[in-house]
Design a protein around this ligand. Sequence first.
Ligand SMILES: O=C(O)c1ccccc1NCC(=O)[C@H](O)[C@H](O)COP(=O)(O)O
Length: 266
Amino acid sequence: MMSILDKILETKREEVAHLRAQGISFDRGAPREIHSLRQKLLEGTKLGVIAEIKRRSPSKGVIQAEINPATRARVYEEAGATAISVLTDRTYFGGSIDDLRAVREAVSLPILRKDFVIDELQIDEAYAAGADVILLIAAALPNERLQTLSFYAQDLGLDVLLEVHGTHELDAALAAKPSILGINNRNLHTFEVDLGVTEQVIDALPDDVVVISESGVLGMVDAQRMAAAGARGVLVGELLMRHEDLGDVATCLTALQMAKAPVGRR
Ligand SMILES: O=C(O)c1ccccc1NCC(=O)[C@H](O)[C@H](O)COP(=O)(O)O
């Protein structure tokens, strides 16, 4: 049986084939300013929080569909977020590249295009829309493609967040020389979430790898646990998106930043 990740990747192959069949390319224009997430994480004295715009998800269904991404992004920025992650997939997450463009207009924080990147065209599209970071998922690509796409994005000046879910993916991930290694606590085949995944994987990493922990952070205690494990930052979606009231969003985000940054890792 196909897992949700398999299905998503099939949809992405169709989307890319459709763009190519239409002869669509993305004009990069003049070189633009890139806001480095890696740099911000390294400079931070507190645990970094990458706050996500996530309308719905395969595991949770609708979280909050009717939002204004620009308004929410401004709240994230004012409340001290390190960066903003925008889910641009439409079919499974209800997002779009227009959400990312709107966020780019609204804030000057680093912006992650959170999508399932399998092709250079999606990286060009991210660059043209104003993203600073792209996501690559180790489980989604053969090793050689991971490296090709990682180097392609970094040649454009973008940061690459390369996501793993277990130590068995580390050799391939590190060979692609990502700017940041993401450890996803969610299994993208089964949806099971376990914060212990970050603790396990981080132990197998050299100290100079900049790590963020993704998914399943549901409050200050979880954030502090990920910081204690050695994560420089956490990527938080649902916890923030469940709040409709923007004042509550800001309070929630401020609380997450009380966690202390890890000592002894870069
Ligand atoms: O969130 C899902 O259901 C999901 C399913 C399949 C592939 C990816 C998925 N989520 C993407 C993410 O990695 C999360 O949006 C992100 O890490 C934030 O997670 P959370 O704080 O648990 O919303």
